[in-house]
Design a protein around this ligand. Structure first.
Ligand code: 13P
Ligand code: SF4
Length: 380
């Protein structure tokens, strides 16, 4: 992976290249930022939203959106009977919804998971180039060789991977349930091969003591949070609760009052008694937080020191590619359809179904760990 400092219409950004042969999507973040549609006037946004809502109805489609996408898309999803959710809930919602077409506003692996679970539905995405650094950093061939080198291990992959990588896995996990599933496997005496996020893997290894070999991937957004700057920010806000997504570096996770998935972080703000919260995850989540916890003070965790070039990295360029116009275009013209070859789909389904069955049988698995508190697997 190559890193450059670059200047785009979104300000000073770090740009990451993934020079992979045959990789799908925008393999350079500068390319992704360049595809982010320019801001629209309020009148244009209202018109595009109304147009998209009409098309969703016309095509018997439902919008399944991630918390990190544009606020207008999140609002459209909720206003039209769709959902705004984390990657686990997006998969469940899409599978269980009766609509013939799912429009997935998020990144490619989310569209693929929807298609794997719902092969008879048409799955569209506003921009098929929206990918993820974890997916890009874990090419199926190299991953297969890694698995071949460790045949005695249960293969556990994060949701942020391609269908081909999932086809090789025993379990898929999301950040909501990864800890509980690895703990469960450890209790069964299993050794684990983990991919691709190194920070999440290390956090789970620390919490469970499981025997894990790990892929060396990272999320380019969460990897930017900085422990030292977070400590300084906390000194200015001593009463604030620190909420951290586990794709963040160890020094940041170590300061967390709550470590959890996007939904778990959101719940911690909505249910928490504190007035101030420092949020270490993509700032797209703040849109829903402001709606659900209007009186609370939300502070973005720092992504860099004063001398760094990157001032605004806490937003995923691939998530940012999703826009209202993309929803209109994919429904009007059938653009952006997700296709997963049937043999790959069938092989990948096993690891997703195993996770969904585990979560159903162990609802307590979805509880976010708080400092000094480790949830019981299987607790009600
Ligand atoms: P969640 O599963 O918490 O929604 O996370 C997905 C993701 O891509 C985080 O960067
Ligand atoms: Fe991938 Fe990170 Fe973007 Fe999530 S925020 S989709 S993990 S690059």
């Amino acid at each position: 992976m190559n890193v450059h400092a670059s200047h785009t219409s979104h300000g000073s950004q770090k740009s990451f290249d993934y020079p992979l042969q045959d990789a799908r999507g925008a393999t350079c973040t500068a390319h992704a930022w360049a595809k982010v549609p320019p801001p629209q006037t309020p009148a244009q946004r209202a018109a595009a939203k109304e147009h998209a809502a009409r098309l969703l109805k016309l095509h018997d489609a439902v919008l399944v959106a991630h918390y990190y996408v544009d606020g207008d898309l999140q609002d459209l999803a909720l206003e039209t009977g769709g959902c705004v959710a984390d990657s686990l809930e997006m998969a469940r919602f899409g599978r269980d919804h009766a609509a013939k077409t799912l429009v997935v506003a998020g990144v490619r692996f989310m569209g693929e998971s929807a298609k794997i679970l719902s092969p008879d539905k048409r799955v569209l995405m506003p921009d098929l180039d929206a990918t993820c650094s974890l997916d890009l950093g874990c090419p199926p061939d190299e991953f297969a060789a890694f698995c071949d080198a460790h045949p005695d291990r249960q293969v556990v992959v994060y949701a942020n991977t391609s269908a081909a990588v999932k086809a090789r896995a025993d379990w898929m996990v999301t950040s909501s349930c990864a800890l509980a599933i690895v703990r469960h496997l450890k209790e069964q005496g299993q050794k684990i091969l983990w991919a691709p996020d190194r920070h999440l893997g290390r956090y789970i290894q620390e919490q469970t003591g499981a025997d894990m070999v790990m892929w060396n991937g990272a999320c380019i957004v969460h990897d930017e949070f900085k422990g030292l700057e977070l400590e300084l920010l906390k000194q200015q806000h001593p009463g604030a609760q620190i909420l951290v997504h586990p794709e963040s570096p160890q020094s940041v996770v170590a300061m967390a009052d709550v470590v959890g998935s996007t939904t778990q972080i959101l719940d911690a703000v909505v249910q928490g008694s504190a007035q101030e919260y420092i949020i270490a995850t993509d700032n797209g989540l703040l849109h829903r937080m402001r709606q659900l916890a209007p009186g609370k003070t939300l502070i973005e965790a720092p992504t860099a020191g004063n001398s760094a070039t990157c001032k605004s990295c806490a937003h995923c360029p691939w998530m940012a590619m999703n826009a209202l116009q993309g929803v209109v275009d994919c429904l009007e013209h059938g653009h952006g359809e997700i296709v997963v070859p049937e043999d790959v789909r069938r092989q990948a389904l096993g690891c997703i179904d195993r996770m969904l069955a585990f979560v159903k049988a162990n609802p307590g698995a979805l509880q976010a760990p708080r400092r000094g508190f480790v949830p019981e697997v299987g607790a009600a």
